[in-house]
Design a protein around this ligand. Sequence first.
Ligand code: F6P
Length: 368
Amino acid sequence: MTSKGKIKRIGILTGGGDCPGLNAVIRGVSKPAHDNGLTVLGILDGFEGLVEGKATELYNKDVSGILASGGTILGSSNKGDPFHWTVSNGKKISIVDKSADALRNYDAWNLDALIAIGGDGTMNISKKLSDMGMNIVGVPKTIDNDLEATDLTFGHDSAVFVVSEALDRLHTTASSHHRVMVIEVMGRYAGWIALNGGLAGGADIILLPEFPFEWEIIYDRVLERHMMGKKFSIVCVAEGAKAVDGKMVVKARDKKRTDPLQLGGIGEYVAKRIAESTDLETRYIVLGHLQRGGSPTPFDRILSTKFGTSAIELVMKKKFGRMVALKGNEVKSVKIEEAIAKQKLVRPDDQAVRAARAVGVSFGTKKI
Ligand code: F6P
């Protein structure tokens, strides 16, 4: 499995939830690969395709015109973990290890290397496959931006753009009707989307998983705004946010997913509590998968292209077991284990937190 000769054939897959910029990475990998005479095999539906042997060759024409398109031409899945493969007989779900199938297909396809594009789940699987001898290079994607080893993941900027546009729209209707508007955004256990989206969209209150909030502080803030003649308030709440005396709101559990928890529902709960306690008319909206769909922003197109072209460079240099990572303005690389060692969470001293506080944003707590 260790590639002794020249690199001739590579595989590429997109794992986990999709996000804008995946196609730009696929293009960024494939174009230079083709120019260097390599064959690129597109593995379908993430690791599911690797286990089940689903792949298609990507020709130059397949990666033309996809820079600006959202989603992934390869398909993706967050249920295809080879080490945690679910088998169902209709009544019972059991978990089996299918990593041997993944290795068998990699060998059968004569791959010299695999480029795995994904978030923490994908990098965890990549690390284990790399330990088993597969030549892997990782590319960090996730709208959540929660990978410590890179300053940014692609997809985050596009999600923040969607949140900020939604907040602009909510402002006008909130102001016309003198309402409190609560918007629930994604991000799982990290508050980056709510923080950056809330800051860009001028939210008055931002609630993050990292800073458990107090109900009274929220009520006081919206009432205070009301009394000051600011007859609307915008609350941007991360799906993983929780009150100091509460828990994260879980919408569903699915054993087949790499992370079985599906978060969701805190926005509705926050809106209900505000309405009951302040008597102000309140509405909520869950932005959901709109944050993951559509065209990548110019920033994400550029970052994805830099990541893709850097990943194929690593492969050509046979620097395996590494993930490309943004450090300052430069794309460098780190060991895949570094990428999964720690989740990147919002810290109280983050500049965006300090800036938000300076312009009067409340995080629903006095502790920061
Ligand atoms: O990790 C990306 C993400 O969009 C999270 O922000 C969110 O919690 C989760 O995926 C949603 O996953 P699904 O698309 O499976 O509902």
